[in-house]
Design a protein around this ligand. Sequence first.
Ligand code: ADP
Length: 575
Amino acid sequence: MNKIFNKIFGIYLAVIIPLTGIILLLIFNIVHEHYLITITRDLKRLNYSIQDQVRPYVLEANSQELQQKIININKKIKARITIIDLKGVVLADSDENPKKMENHAGRIEIAKAMSGKMGSSLRHSVTVKKDMLYVALPLKHADNIIAVVRVSLYVDRIDTLYSELRNKILLITIIVIFISIVVLFFFSKNITDPIKELAAASSRFAMGDFNAKVFINNNDELKELADSFNLMTDKIKELFGNQSMYQEELQRILGSMQEGLVLLDKDNKIVMHNKSFRKTVNSDDINYRFYWEVLRDSEVQKLVDRVRKKRSRKTTEIELNNISYMCSANYIQTKDEIVLVLFDISERKQLEDMKRDFIVNASHELRTPLTAIHGFVETLEEETKGSYSKYLDVIKRHTTRLIAIVEDMLTVSKLEDDRLKTQISDIDFKKLIEDILTIFYDRIKEKKLKISYNISKETKTFKGDFFKIEQLFINLIDNAIKYTQSGEIKIRIDDEEDKVLIQVSDTGIGIEAQDLERIFERFYTVDKSRSKKSSGTGLGLSIVKHIVNLHKGSIDVSSSDKKGTTFSIRLPRES
Ligand code: ADP
């Protein structure tokens, strides 16, 4: 039995049984009272009917005849009859010897009857030693009271009748209670069975059985509820169907992806991942684990922290188990999540390395013969004493340019070689700049240029790769000298918050606005004829840019045609 059934059934029983008890008690009382009234009335009638029969004997004062008479009447009516004279002396009694009976004047019913009214009393009879109901009436003759006639009934006889009646009422009550319990049982079941069915279907539904249905035959609110439930299950089943279809599709797409993909929730726990990712980290059990438990890499950690902080996207190169990956992190605002995608770039890296090795080797191989050609051209110049100077000049200029290209290619290749890690040391700017200026001393003097440098007090040293920073200064100063005919070159080193600012400005030919964006591209020269005259390779600034990137800095250029150019480089102190 379920709880609701017990409640309904229990409450009904708790109400019905005491109520029935109270009603029964009331009924018994009313019936009992009514019964006494009725019997009293009957005894009164009997009393009247006897009066005419006994009157002559009382008038004659014939006690014997009177006694005989009432005994005869008693046989017929089965009620005790007593005749008492006005002094209270019992003249005759149907059940006892009147001579032995005490004076009755003191009895309530007798006293009342002597006063001319009807007297009734329910009490214990001293004479017969039993409870009795007495009804006494005055016996009159010509309006004078001549005696009292009392008719009485034994209470046990009344009780027998009463208990018969009570038994019948009780039986009927028990039958009524039994029927109402049976009706109540079915009524409660009628209510609780559908509820039970609904509850069972709901729990089946909650366990994932979307086919759970409820069928109720009633035509009430419960049926409406069951219909709504069935409709709801159908709808949810349909929704789940669509959902799982999308889910499967998504899983198929993720599964077929070559790239490793992983979704991190707001606590950096893995909430979604694909096969490629599991293969990359070599583990299948990664659900709801922190990403750093399966992907131990400081670069990834930095990347995730940065992307979460900046709420943006970022890409970095990482190496896991000797495989290079391009790792991109994207922030998803709606749920504060991050998607990490790992793209295997080993093959590309290998090709790049091969290409770089080839360039380095080729440059090396080319440098020796080119230097030899350059040397022989100079010897030839001396030997021929200027006879072929027109041709030899062209050859010399082109070999110089070729040597410069080969040198720059070597520098670029070395710079881009990830295998050669940056060597961080303390750089003393003053010493560095002074050493570099000695290299350019002749050219500066030749062009009559003024050159000055200014290093702020706070910015004496900087932690970076010495040879690369030196290369950066050489290229910028080289360009400044190259593209300035007259005027001055200024070098400025200063602090800017947590960065170091390096500025090289000149009063040279400047760069036109349309070229500004492209000058950092490899082999990009602004004006071919102009650059060729200055024997540029178009690699100098791309090398500078590369060095700046290696130090995680930024480079800006501002220039106005014919008025000069300023390169501003900002390098973070903690890179
Ligand atoms: P290059 O070896 O030709 O100088 P760079 O990469 O160093 O190659 O420079 C690219 C181009 O930018 C140059 O061809 C030149 O026209 C321009 N450039 C670079 N520095 C300056 C400068 N200080 N003043 C004017 N133009 C410059």
